[in-house]
Design a protein around this ligand. Structure first.
Ligand code: FES
Length: 315
């Protein structure tokens, strides 16, 4: 990950178990990049992990601001930030990337956030308000204490907070929200995978067209690439190994004694980017753009697989 050194300038408790982090260039110069609502940055932690966080701040703020939920099952990212991050510390930050763009236009925007999924949607909400674009934000959380940015959101008439809904009640509430759609309305959703799936199902059942639905995925794919297995040739190392069903290419390479560098393990950070010499990759990452995926020249072997019987990689 190429990147910039950024200093931690402020830490705020945005909600229970939600830490707000403000970063500015370590050398005091203006931010060297721009971004739009929905963008995220890769953050390199001193323990070597790379994690992705959606930006809440705007370029005009002169700093990066994002919020991190403490995840009970954290394998080192959110736990490190909550327990070890200190003011003044320097972190490596990649240039912002946007896989969840707010499309331009004047049509109504419906934003549905679950938990920490509020972060990209808050940036979108603010942008819509600033541009006088019709917008509604619905923010679901298990408990009131877990609502991040609550003070700001509570003051807005077009923000609706939904707290503590059980499964059936959540389904009904989504059904009500999504039962009517303006002609040019679009829906943006971010939150836990199960929550987003539910929103998507309810929206489709209510007649929302696929093209009006936009979701942010910041989690590992639920299933490994389904495959009947294939031959993996590691050309630069002169090794060969059979990838077994459900195994990642990176794991098979490791069995063959070739360690492909990994960080997120989720197809998000690009750390394991590898050139494809032969074979047809099946992409499951959120890092490569559509054109890069279609070219078949590169793949992320932590999550992506192969459509054929043989894959040759340059590693
Ligand atoms: S390790 Fe991050 S994309 Fe593969």
């Amino acid at each position: 990950m190429s990147g910039f050194d950024m200093r931690v300038c402020a830490l705020r408790e945005e909600a229970r178990d939600v830490l707000g982090v403000e970063l500015a260039p370590a050398d005091g110069v203006p931010l060297p990049f721009d971004w739009a609502p929905g963008a995220h940055v890769d953050l390199r932690l001193p323990n070597g992990l790379v994690r992705q966080y959606s930006l809440v701040s705007r370029p005009a703020d002169g700093h990066l601001y994002f919020a991190v939920k403490r995840e009970p099952g954290s394998c080192g990212g959110s736990r490190w930030l909550h327990e070890d991050l200190r003011l003044g510390q320097i972190l490596g930050v990649g240039e912002p990337r946007n896989l969840f763009e707010l499309h331009e236009g004047s049509g109504e925007v419906l934003l549905i956030a679950g938990g920490i999924g509020i972060t990209p949607l808050l940036a979108m909400y603010r942008a819509c308000r600033a541009n006088a674009r019709p917008v509604g934000l619905h923010y679901f959380a298990r408990e009131r204490a877990g609502l991040a940015f609550r003070r700001e959101l509570e003051e807005q008439a077009d923000v609706h907070l939904h707290v503590g809904l059980e499964r059936a009640a959540l389904h009904d509430r989504l059904g009500e929200l999504l039962s009517m759609r303006g002609e040019r309305a679009s829906l943006y959703c971010c939150g836990p995978a199960g929550f987003m799936q539910r929103v998507r199902e309810v929206a489709l059942a209510a007649g929302w067209p696929e093209k009006a639905l936009h979701q942010e995925h910041f989690q590992a794919q639920a299933e490994p690439v389904t495959t009947t297995g294939f031959e993996l040739v590691l050309a630069a190392s002169g090794r060969q190994v059979r990838v077994i069903a459900g195994e990642s290419v990176a794991a098979a390479a490791a069995r063959a004694g070739v360690e492909i560098p990994l960080s997120c393990g989720m197809g998000m950070c690009g750390c394991c980017l590898t050139r494809v010499i032969e074979g047809q990759p099946v992409h499951r990452d959120a890092y490569l753009g559509a054109a890069e995926q279609a070219s078949g020249e590169w793949m992320l072997p932590c999550v992506s697989g192969c459509a054929g019987a043989r894959l040759v990689l340059d590693c």
